[in-house]
Design a protein around this ligand. Structure first.
Ligand code: ADP
Length: 291
């Protein structure tokens, strides 16, 4: 792969979205980034999902890529489906980081134009840009968050005819994404509102379900977010917190660690302690601010 050094990084705050600073020949309309410096090993738990992603995406794009090609194995577009806060975006970012190709997060707000008849053009420009980067770097990765808003089931009441045209256009780009070296990862927590044609073979071929984390996964998420911070927590402490957070999403478990760390700093502690987690936990359970 050629260098992505002129792509802004995830933490770039220069505000020059859509332009690839030094190299004007690569002027882009959408905010492409180098993916975060984190991979599938940095995801807490979800081993079934990460193993599937290694099998269907990472290995076919690895050093054996030509061999997979020779055997006619395409990398499928993916649908991440499940409730909010269960790690869909986090996993898409980690997959992009693992692959290390140009990465774009496309939210409905960014893709849908205020003017109905311009949204189709936006989609077209986005996929064209993706194909251009795919050509230059070997692959580009687009994450469509809340894809149900972009690919709503057609034929519903009150649907603008123009919307159906956009869906049809989007579907045809999905069909061609592989030949354009573009990997599409789409996420939804409203799977039933998605146009059924989107998940037909040749468009989005693989669906992965993200559920609420079990105790083991909550333990891994806690450990993952504690590991970069000073703590004196034992394994038993973390296990205890994992047991107490039954029914919480991974996002909520992550917020608990953030809040506990903030409490530790505010009481001038040298490390996050068990009592910080407990105070944060109680505040979250009561819906009050732990500070
Ligand atoms: P979703 O896209 O499903 O709504 P996110 O991926 O945005 O949820 O998750 C919100 C936050 O929760 C992430 O930014 C991340 O910090 C944390 N998180 C979620 N799942 C995991 C996980 N499996 N391992 C580590 N952190 C996670």
């Amino acid at each position: 792969m050629s260098s992505q050094t002129n792509l802004p990084t995830e933490t770039d705050t220069s505000g020059n979205e859509g332009t690839l600073t030094e190299d004007t020949e690569l002027e882009l309309e959408f905010p492409w980034r180098r993916p975060p410096d984190r991979g599938l090993d940095d995801i807490g738990g979800l081993s079934d999902i990460t193993e599937k992603l290694r099998q269907v995406v990472v290995r076919p794009l690895g050093p054996n890529r030509t061999e997979y090609d020779r055997f006619g194995i395409d990398v499928p577009n993916l649908l991440f489906e499940g409730p909010p806060g269960t790690g869909k975006t986090y996993t898409a970012e980690a997959l992009a980081g693992e692959l290390d190709y140009p990465f774009l997060v496309a939210t409905p707000a960014r893709v849908q134009s205020r003017f109905v008849n311009e949204s189709g053009d936006q989609i077209q420009r986005l996929f064209r840009e993706a194909a251009r980067l795919g050509d230059q770097f070997g692959l580009s990765v687009v994450f469509f968050d809340e894809v149900d808003a972009l690919l709503p089931a057609r034929g519903r009441e009150n649907q603008h005819q123009e919307d159906s045209k956009i869906v049809a256009e989007f579907l045809s780009y999905l069909e061609r994404s592989s030949e354009n070296n573009t990997l599409v990862i789409a996420a939804t927590n409203r799977r039933d509102e998605l146009d059924p044609a989107a998940v037909r073979s040749g468009r989005i071929d693989r669906e992965l379900h993200f559920g609420y984390p079990d105790r083991e996964t909550r333990y891994s998420v806690l450990k993952q977010h504690l590991q970069a911070r000073p703590t004196n927590l034992s394994r038993t402490d973390i296990q205890q917190v994992a047991a107490e957070t039954e029914g919480w999403s991974s996002a909520k478990v992550t917020s608990l660690v953030d809040d506990a760390a903030r409490l530790a700093v505010e009481r001038s502690s040298s490390a996050v302690e068990y009592r910080d987690l407990i105070t944060a936990f109680e505040a979250m359970e009561q819906g009050t601010d732990p500070g």
